[in-house]
Ligand binder design. Structure first.
Ligand code: C2E
Ligand code: MG
Ligand code: MG
Ligand code: MG
Length: 293
């Protein structure tokens, strides 16, 4: 049996450290091949307005299917890629891939959609990020207005002067910007006002608070909605999982919702089927209105 003394306890600790270190190395080395060998792909999660009735766009979320380890989630590999610098190439791959999907959906005759892409701090503050993104859009023949970059609040506020310059440069070329995970970081309202972004995404924590924190949870979301509207931003609540949350968000005049209750992130083929279905529903509503005349 295992010895219970301190030395073995220490050795066990060392070995488990070794295991997680090995995993990080495997992930980092694997990422090199992931891009060239088509192991990365995108999921799309819709955003809705009108209490979930109208589709307004979707967010691209990266996925990795590792040949040996199976699915690895971004919460694990994005931080590794950020530390190693691989996030820069991955980020440009994401934008190019989003452009190619947009082109295909346009060619299929679908309603033009806007797709949101998450940006890490390293990406936002990387030299030439704006011209590089613009170049990709031009090469792929997609208007920058079809793309919205989601920047987390903490990232935007860290080195706010630089963030402000990059955000303005993105805007000058027609890209849209959202502040992601709002409310969990720290914000300077002066900078928030100066950024002039299109969208503010309320962090999932506050959406859950609508169920768990009663009147207070409701008041906080109402305050964020008022703040966003006072700066002419749209507000999106992320992580909507219950009907109570959805109804309350509607009462509080939150503009858009996103979450498992409405739709989970899905691969491109499933997303296309979802788009077909939404278009059909919209046609049925229009037809019903015409029939009623
Ligand atoms: P995020 O941008 O805040 O994205 C929201 C996360 O919440 C996603 O996790 C999404 O799948 C999940 N989610 C959506 N609805 C619900 C819900 O109702 N309940 C719960 N519990 N979760 C929900 P995911 O896809 O694992 O991504 C995690 C984070 O990884 C993202 O957070 C984003 O910061 C980062 N990320 C994802 N894709 C990319 C990418 O292409 N580039 C970069 N730089 N970061 C990315
Ligand atoms: Mg996001
Ligand atoms: Mg978020
Ligand atoms: Mg996040």
């Amino acid at each position: 049996g295992a010895k219970q003394d301190g030395r073995d306890g220490y050795r066990f600790y060392e070995e488990s450290m070794g295991e997680s270190f090995k995993r990080v190395l495997t992930v980092q080395q694997g990422l090199q091949e992931a891009m060239t060998q088509d192991q990365l792909f995108l999921h799309f999660q819709p955003k809705f307005s009108d209490g979930g009735r109208r589709l307004t766009g979707a967010e691209a979320l990266i996925r990795w299917n590792h040949p040996r380890l199976g699915a690895i989630m971004p919460a694990e590999f994005i931080p590794v890629a950020e530390r190693s610098g691989q996030i820069i190439d991955i980020g440009y791959w994401v934008t190019r891939t989003v452009c190619r999907h947009l082109k295909r959906w346009d060619a299929q005759g679908r309603e033009p959609l806007r797709i949101a892409i998450n940006l890490s701090p390293q990406q936002l503050h990387h030299p030439n990020v704006v011209p590089r993104m613009l170049e990709i859009c031009q090469q792929e023949d997609v208007a920058p207005s079809r793309i919205m970059f989601e920047i987390t609040e903490t990232v935007a506020m860290h080195d706010a002067e630089l963030s402000s310059r990059v955000i303005h440069a993105f805007h000058a070329h027609g890209f849209n910007i959202a502040i992601d995970d709002f409310g969990t970081g720290y914000s300077s309202l002066a900078y928030l006002q100066q950024f002039r972004v299109q969208q503010l995404k309320i962090d999932r924590f506050f959406t859950q608070g609508l169920d768990t924190h009663g009147e207070e949870g409701r008041n906080i979301v109402a305050a964020i909605v008022a703040l966003a509207h006072s700066m002419n931003m749209e507000v999106v609540a992320e992580g909507v999982e219950t009907d109570t949350q959805l109804d309350t968000l509607h009462d509080l005049e939150c503009d858009q919702v996103q979450g498992y209750l409405l739709e989970r992130p899905m691969p491109a083929d499933k997303f296309e089927a979802f788009l077909d279905q939404s278009a059909q529903q919209a046609r049925r509503v229009v037809q019903a209105a015409a029939d009623a005349l």
